[in-house]
Ligand binder design. Structure first.
Ligand SMILES: [Zn+2]
Length: 302
């Protein structure tokens, strides 16, 4: 089923890439992908824009529509994936299901072609766009189990998110958070508050936060709550919260931020908040070594 998901994801990513140009960049020049225009034209009717609105209003609405549309599609497959999971009595390995593998394949396919279409039609010198468009298909290789379990491949995936346009949204948000939380972390915990995980291209910030906050991930940025004694930075590839959060970054790179947002929505819908049985959590947990107290599904490690 992961291969079926991949093929459908590859097709969906083409449509999503074309929509990115039209909705986000307000530009219909798709270069070599102009054949996609007749395919997406009928879809455009569902996005309503006010007449004579200034460009910034159109752009903001376009970003909003683009996000809603993509997250909705991912969420439909996430619902099926989450529902299909059967949890053992004790934390540990959760067997993969067809619906879940379909979702991952769909994510790998979407990530591969959405960035390819965006780069190919980006206003850059031809050879640069062409090279980036070729690199963009890397997530599709994750459909092959030994490749997605390979740490060198995972490193390439993680670093790629810095240059792949569909990842910029969550990364921009992560960067803004880092600007605020980074100095707070440094002031409280010294230089050790900020670490860089070169194996995943992820910046980790430990900072004092309130309440029961644990840790969270935004694209290539991890935030750990220094006030929570249960949240200690650990080995980036070990059984640690650091490796778990890098797992979210890996999901974001390999399956786009739409996977991240859709799985968070499903986590809240089904569990009412953070829960270790959420499909997004068990996937992230498989990065590096899973913790003994957590459920994981063998996506990023066996
Ligand atoms: Zn998590």
């Amino acid at each position: 089923m992961i291969a079926v998901g991949l093929v459908i994801g590859l097709a969906f990513g083409l449509i999503s890439g074309a929509l990115f140009h039209i909705l986000v960049m307000q530009n219909v020049a798709l270069g070599v992908f102009s054949f996609l225009l007749p395919v997406v034209q009928p879809l455009l009717a569902i996005f309503v824009f006010p007449a004579n609105a200034p460009l910034w209003v159109l752009t903001l609405l376009g970003i909003l529509y683009y996000l809603l549309f993509n997250v909705l599609i991912f969420w439909i497959f996430t619902v099926l994936g989450q529902r299909s999971l059967v949890f053992p009595a004790l934390p540990g390995r959760v067997a993969e299901t067809s619906e879940q593998l379909f979702l991952h394949g769909f994510g790998f396919g979407t990530a591969a072609t959405v960035n390819m279409v965006i780069w190919a039609a980006f206003p850059l010198p031809g050879p640069v766009s062409f090279t980036l468009a070729i690199i963009a298909v890397t997530p599709a290789l994750a459909v092959i189990r030994p490749i997605r379990h390979n740490l060198f491949y995972q490193g390439i995936l993680g670093w790629m998110a810095w240059v792949m346009p569909v990842s910029w949204l969550l990364n921009a948000f992560g960067f803004l958070l880092a600007l605020v939380l980074g100095p707070m972390g440094l002031a409280n915990y010294g230089r050790g508050a900020i670490r860089f995980d070169a194996t995943a291209g992820v910046l980790e910030i430990r900072t004092p936060l309130g309440g029961g906050t644990t840790a969270f991930s935004n694209g290539n940025f991890t935030v750990l709550n220094g006030n929570n004694p249960a949240i200690a930075p650990g080995d980036f590839l070990g059984a640690s919260v650091s490796s778990h959060e890098a797992g979210h970054s890996m999901d974001h790179s390999a399956m786009t931020g739409f996977f991240t947002l859709a799985t968070v929505i499903e986590e809240i819908r089904v569990f009412g908040g953070a829960d270790a049985r959420a499909i997004g959590q068990i996937t992230a947990e498989s990065r590096g070594a899973p913790r003994a107290t957590r459920f994981y599904t063998p996506i990023w490690s066996p």
